[in-house]
Design a protein. Sequence first.
Length: 236
Amino acid sequence: MSKRFLFEITDKATANAIVRELHRHSSEIGVSVKQILVRDRNSQDVLGVGILGRPVSQVLDDGVTLEVSRTATDGTAHACSAVLGALAREAQLIKLRGRTIYRLTTYTRVSESGASLRAAGWRLDIQHHSRFIRHGLGVKRAIVPIQPKSWSNASRRRPERTLGEPRLRWIKLLPAAHNDSAAFEMGRAAASAGAKLSANPYSFPVLRADGIAQTDFIGGDLWEIWREGYRMISPA
């Protein structure tokens, strides 16, 4: 238990109100799983909020993963790391469709240091961002961030929004994930998510990471598109 902070479960409306007040660039959340409010233990002042939701990525929405959708604080030292720790503890109590949560994911802008995440035991998802590029006679690993894209497309128009900076994805494994049965369960969940995407019988053009347009992707290739960081080309 923190000697400096108090945590309490709050409702989505209250959490969104704090996000609107304190968050530097992100808007409120439409759908969430749980919200935590942090207070100063002595003054009882509200210092910030954290929100857990289901992952936006279809591949990561595998039934054993939750996403830290928002964290917002007033800048109090260590408050953000404390919120992240509280969200991780709460995630261990959640059953999503009857299944245990094994990991958390979230995103930062490339201009953000990620210091609060590292202090709370998170790690950069190196595998997702790694690209191997030519370097002399060999190759070297480069970290390539995720380029933002519009959610609007020809079949489902959405309001256009400012895309902002490229982002980096972070991962945190929860204590329940550190055993063989959990590893098997996470692998099975990932396979199910991949199978769900493979069943999509449609094709669309994408822009590859090297800037080349490719039009022969079908639903079964969505995993490769996600892994390689390609992005869809919006139809004219």
